[in-house]
Design a protein around this ligand. Structure first.
Ligand code: FAD
Length: 273
């Protein structure tokens, strides 16, 4: 794939689906303090904002991209891929737009395997702060957001296979991989969720004591704005969340794993095959 093909990777289908429709966007203000500020509108940020709304919270939702993917915004996700064999080019791996990388993802939905939650010698410091059983009850809601039916990810298959193999694993697929298209109206019509597109978080501002995030610095077409909230959630995807945390760590070297295990140490692309 040459550079121009890569740049155009996620644009054409998106353009057909969202013909010049202007979204409801509010101008960002430093004054208003909402319950939550969620950064990123990919599958994670989108679902979080809607869940928080259901719980009655006021949410400010920030999104770096516009209403559909474009190569200019996408260029901000440039990165040096140290081992191209292990990570897709950034033009493909990250999609900056309302809906995030769900514009380009495959829509394949599977549950975690139990081994993902076990302590393993080869990922010695990778411990989850929760257990798989605590997550399981949420698969049903996740399946609803991801439009993949229900939370049944295994089914008994009684025929005997050789070599101790089992055939009981269910792989589900989103009926519309661009899940934002299904949830967009709810997001935009919400009275509790305020969405601001073209709002790129460039810094996390931590209190003098180092124990609290006070604000985020957000780059907007009208200039930089400091955004305040009671709680902040970074849902910017694996690469961009890590990038922002590493940037923050420059001033707070002991935060986010310190210098020994800095954020992103175990980050890798999807394994195939
Ligand atoms: C080609 C491809 C195929 C894939 N197929 C599958 C699949 O079949 N099944 C599967 O489970 N996964 C798949 N994935 C992975 C999947 O797309 C991601 O795991 C998923 O999108 C992550 O969701 P997210 O909400 O965490 O992040 P993202 O979807 O990446 O969304 C992050 C959002 O944050 C925004 N953002 C980033 N930086 C900033 C900033 N500084 N300020 C404000 N906003 C910011 C972005 O614009 C974006 O909207 C695939 C990925 C690719 C690239």
């Amino acid at each position: 794939m040459d550079a121009s093909q890569k740049a155009a990777f996620c644009t054409p289908i998106a353009a057909q689906l969202l013909p010049n429709r202007l979204m409801v966007i509010e101008k960002l203000s430093s004054e208003q303090v909402r319950d939550f500020c969620v950064v990123g509108t990919g599958p994670v940020g989108m679902a979080l904002a809607l869940e928080l709304e259901n719980l009655g919270h006021e949410v400010l939702l920030l999104e770096a991209g516009g209403q559909q993917p474009d190569s200019e915004t996408g260029a901000a996700s440039k990165a040096q891929i140290v081992n191209p064999g292990r990570h897709a080019p950034m033009e493909i791996a990250v999609c900056r737009a309302l809906g995030g990388t769900s514009w380009t993802w495959g829509g394949r939905c599977v549950a975690y395997d139990d081994i993902d939650w076990m302590d393993r010698s080869y990922v010695a410091d990778a411990h989850w702060p929760l257990k798989h059983d605590e997550l399981r009850p949420w698969y049903r809601r996740a399946a609803e957001y991801l439009l993949c039916g229900n939370d049944q990810f295994s089914t008994p298959y009684h025929q005997q296979l050789s070599g101790g193999l089992t055939l009981d694993f269910v792989e589900r697929w989103a009926r519309e991989s661009r899940v934002i298209l299904e949830h967009r109206d709810q997001l935009l019509q919400s009275t509790r969720i305020k969405l601001s597109l073209r709002s790129t978080v460039t810094a996390v501002n931590i209190s003098t004591g180092g124990d609290r995030v006070e604000s985020l610095t957000v780059s907007t077409p009208d200039g930089p704005v400091m955004v305040r909230a009671k709680k902040f959630i970074l849902a910017m995807g694996g690469v961009e969340t890590t990038r922002l945390l590493l940037h923050t760590q420059r001033n707070w070297p002991q935060h986010f794993g310190g210098s020994e295990w800095p954020a992103g140490t175990l980050l890798h692309g999807t394994h195939f095959g």
